[in-house]
Design a protein around this ligand. Structure first.
Ligand code: PGA
Length: 243
């Protein structure tokens, strides 16, 4: 496991973007697995900038980690919408190479199985991750057994409270989500986990230095052979990393 600490998140994001660019250029038909939320939005802005300067995404396939259950794709807070707004509308990726689980279907179990088939066809070259303040990755929430495949999850109180900042009220935050399981994440060739700000310190500390445990899903990354934690000084200092 590599840990890279940067003075601020802007420089950290530039580092992450350079790694994404390398994978996009070096791999033949690369698959990127993408995260949503506040943390990766600056990464997408940087990649859009790279695209303006000539980086092409025409050979790239993307899969996304998760989506809320019950929000139509066009809902302002759906992760479909997030990806369009932050990334896809600005680059030259082909629409039929974009895969995001759909949380707005009658049969969620069928959707989980459909998404797993897609993931089997597109092994992940580079996985982008954030981390929840409760240590979740994707919406693999703490406290239940590690689940390998795509599944429906009841969001934890902490996650609902944390994500309320994107909605008009706490009540508007969906209570369930559909998330990629841990197997495709752990089978990714390379993983970048970005965490910025001291509010992530406890989760990062437990993920890096605690035991691998279901109470901290991100701790499973300790047994991945090629993972880099990309941190700003705020989170690194607050979790007293010995660097
Ligand atoms: P954030 O979410 O980037 O909005 O903090 C990260 C996560 O919950 O995985």
């Amino acid at each position: 496991m590599k840990i890279r600490v940067f003075t601020d998140s802007r420089i950290a994001v530039a580092y992450a973007a350079a790694i994404v660019e390398h994978v996009v250029e070096a791999e033949h038909h690369p698959t990127l697995s993408l995260a949503t939320g506040e943390t990766p939005s600056a990464l997408y802005a940087q990649l859009v900038e790279f695209h303006r300067r000539g980086l092409s995404f025409t050979d790239v396939t993307t899969v996304n980690l998760d989506e809320y259950v019950g929000l139509p794709k066009t809902h302002a807070q759906s992760y479909h919408q997030y990806m369009q707004e932050h990334f896809f509308q600005w680059i030259d990726i082909s629409k039929d190479r974009i895969f995001i689980p759909n949380g707005y279907v009658n049969n969620l179990q069928n959707e989980c199985e459909r998404y797993d088939r897609i993931l089997q066809q597109h092994p992940i070259d580079l996985q982008i991750l954030g981390i929840g303040i409760n240590g979740h990755i994707g919406f693999n929430e703490p406290g239940t057994a590690f689940k390998p495949t795509t599944h429906i999850v009841g969001l934890s109180e902490e996650t609902i409270r944390s994500n309320a900042r994107f909605f008009n009220s706490l009540n508007d935050v969906p209570k369930q989500a559909i998330t990629m399981g841990l197997q495709p994440i752990m089978q990714s060739k390379q993983i970048l986990l970005m965490a910025f700000g001291e509010q992530k310190a406890q989760a990062v500390h437990l993920a890096l230095e605690g035991d691998v445990q279901t109470h901290v899903p991100a701790s499973i990354l300790q047994i991945h052979p090629n993972v880099t934690f990309i941190l700003d000084e705020a989170v690194a200092k607050a979790c007293k990393l010995n660097l």
